[in-house]
Design a protein around this ligand. Structure first.
Ligand code: ZN
Length: 333
């Protein structure tokens, strides 16, 4: 089954290994990477998003450099060394993927790296960033994040970022936003999705979305990609006993809210430290698919795995063409 996975933190993990241990993790086979190439292949991954993520302890004046270093690792260690990985710089590039190739999309998880500089966002877009989450858990120049106690919303600069995203057919990702920021973004964003979030009515965690938010997101044409981190799936004290069944409860619930054609997956592999045992790295995706077949038709499962998001990409791509942003061919730089 072809899978589109909209979140992993491979780049950050590779950067830490390089900075702390002066070690380059081999993207092809390193067992330290839950989403290494062999595991992506075995799992049936068709398109994988690679997040640029900067932890809060990186000093402000070093954040841009850290982001560029992750982009460099993406190019040199992931794309250039592996012919089957094709970098997608435009949504339309996915149409050029051949059998056995995996599309790689750069995304931004928290806009700290750009500070208050839209030129930097423009540079990231030129590097192929196609999805922008404004915050990680804390507040920044754009907005308040999910763990910020003040629960503020979008700043004026944050609105400018969302407008930039709209203009350049970049997805605005609501996954780490505070509730107020979520509503502000929903009002402003033309292309909006949650790259890795679950249903809060099943698991009451600030990283998950309330039913009202999910319904409004769907209404706006947005998508929600469920994530595999047990504390966002299962609220009980036995979080380590979380199974695929618990995850499927979120899928069912989002479908009940009308999300059947707007749901997908965003594993968060390499960004998490707890796992569903039978879904502990990208190669285990078939376990999830097999279990989904017990609850949904073949066609529905295919929709969840890739068709829903492909349709979403087509919509953005269509509008890309309408506004003259012609598609570029796949680039190997
Ligand atoms: Zn995250």
């Amino acid at each position: 089954m072809k899978i589109i996975d909209t979140h992993c933190d491979v780049l950050y993990k590779m950067q830490l290994a390089k900075r702390k241990r002066n070690k380059i993790l081999d993207f092809n086979t390193s067992v330290a990477l839950e989403a290494n190439l062999q595991r992506l292949k075995k799992g049936g991954i068709y398109i994988q998003f690679f997040a640029l993520f900067l932890p809060p302890n990186v000093p402000d004046d070093a954040k841009w450099e850290w982001a560029l270093e992750q982009i460099d690792l993406f190019k040199t260690e992931i794309v250039q060394k592996h012919p089957e990985i094709k970098r997608l710089r435009r949504w339309s590039d996915a149409a050029n993927l051949k059998e056995g190739e995996i599309g790689a999309v750069l995304s931004l998880e928290g806009a700290e790296a750009i500070g208050k500089d839209l030129d930097k966002l423009y540079k990231l877009h030129q590097e192929g960033v196609l999805s922008v989450g404004l915050t990680w858990n804390k507040a920044n120049a754009c907005a308040d994040g999910a763990a910020e106690e003040i629960h503020g919303g979008l700043t004026d600069f944050g609105r400018e970022v969302v407008r930039f995203n709209n203009e350049h057919r970049i997805l605005t990702d609501v996954s780490h936003l505070s509730d107020t920021s979520f509503w502000d973004v929903l009002e402003e964003a033309a292309y909006v999705f949650a790259s890795h979030s679950n249903a809060r009515s099943i698991c009451d965690h600030p990283r998950n979305l309330f039913d009202l938010q999910i319904s409004a997101l769907l209404e706006k044409g947005g998508h929600i990609h469920v994530t595999f981190y047990p504390p966002f799936i299962n609220q009980t004290y036995e979080v380590e006993k979380t199974t695929i069944h618990h995850l499927i409860e979120h899928v069912k619930h989002i479908c009940d809210l009308g999300g059947k054609e707007q749901i997908g997956f965003g594993s968060d592999f390499d960004g998490i430290d707890l796992y569903i045992e039978e879904l502990c790295n990208a190669s285990y995706y078939p376990n999830l698919i097999n279990e989904l077949y017990h609850h949904f038709s073949r066609e529905e499962v295919e929709n969840f795995c890739h068709r829903n998001f492909l349709r979403f990409m087509k919509r953005m791509e269509g509008e890309e063409h309408e506004t003259g942003h012609r598609a570029h061919s796949i680039d190997r730089s």
